[in-house]
Design a protein around this ligand. Structure first.
Ligand SMILES: [Zn+2]
Length: 274
């Protein structure tokens, strides 16, 4: 394996969107010096993320249950080739056994997503499943990868119930996130940025310029959210380089420098042994 020059802190090479050419994608990713943390969203995709991580140096896994799977059935064809089997049930033993494995570097993605649910009982279920994953992360001493959409107030409330939580706020920048950025930084959290920052209409360049560089991670969220100039195509971890380029441009630094800083941040945050 080449030395890793970039780390995509959040990708889903474990998803069905990569079933047809997963090995090729992984080879060109690692060949370009891009390492990845593939993120589970439920049992099957968590298991798959672990299998990939155990097969390749430079690939790591996070295991957990996405809040959209906490409520009623949700089907995403990019994610799953088969039906989801376990909506609403968090199998703590299953996730704990996976979370203890060496190549598993985080718990998640987990959190709250009120964009996709409106019923109060579904929100409460998400909150309960999120708490269980915070507790799992504290037990196994691995950080959380948090997904939060339209729910920052409740998320911060829940986080206040705990101490010692380490987390990355994945896909940072949706509604309500910049308003709370000081709170997340105050908790010691990392923030990760996707290809969305390369879009012409992106409106938070000043915010991005003022963030502490030692808290920034780069991610693709592949297969979703491809950056310019690949917008609209299936995303892949290689395109994380476009996110680094954009940050370099905004911060007046070289691509190499931002790559070095964000890779070191990922190593620190996920406690990676390379
Ligand atoms: Zn994701």
């Amino acid at each position: 394996m080449e030395k890793l020059k970039f780390i995509d802190a959040h990708s889903h090479l474990n998803f069905a969107a990569f079933d047809a050419d997963r090995e090729e994608v992984i080879e060109r990713t690692l060949g370009a010096g891009v390492g990845c943390v593939n993120i589970g969203t439920q049992k099957v995709t968590s298991q798959k993320a672990v299998e990939i991580a155990e097969r390749y140096d430079g690939m790591f896994a996070a295991v957990g249950m996405h809040p959209i799977h906490a409520g009623e059935h949700f089907h995403d064809t990019d994610e799953m080739s088969e039906e989801v089997e376990e909506a609403g049930v968090f199998d703590a033993d299953f996730y704990e056994n996976l979370a203890k494995k060496d190549k598993v570097v985080a718990v998640g993605e987990c959190g709250l997503d009120y964009f996709h649910v409106k019923k109060e009982e579904d929100k409460i279920k998400q909150q309960d499943i999120f708490r269980q994953q915070i507790e799992l992360s504290l037990r196994v001493k691995k950080p959380l990868v948090i997904h939060c959409r339209d729910a920052h107030e409740d998320l911060l409330h829940i986080l206040q119930e705990y101490s010692g939580v380490a987390a990355d706020m994945h896909f940072f920048g949706g509604a309500g996130s910049w308003e709370n950025v000081e709170k997340y930084l105050g908790l010691g959290f990392y923030l990760s940025f996707t290809g969305v920052i390369t879009f012409a209409k992106y409106s938070h360049y000043d915010d991005l310029r003022s963030l502490p560089l030692n808290r920034i991670l780069i991610e693709t969220d592949a297969p979703y959210a491809a950056p310019e100039p690949y917008r609209g195509k299936r995303n892949e971890p290689l395109y994380a380089i476009e996110v680094v380029k954009k940050i370099a441009e905004l911060r007046n630094l070289s691509l190499e420098k931002v790559a070095e800083i964000t890779t070191q941040n990922a190593i620190n945050f996920f406690n990676l042994s390379l």
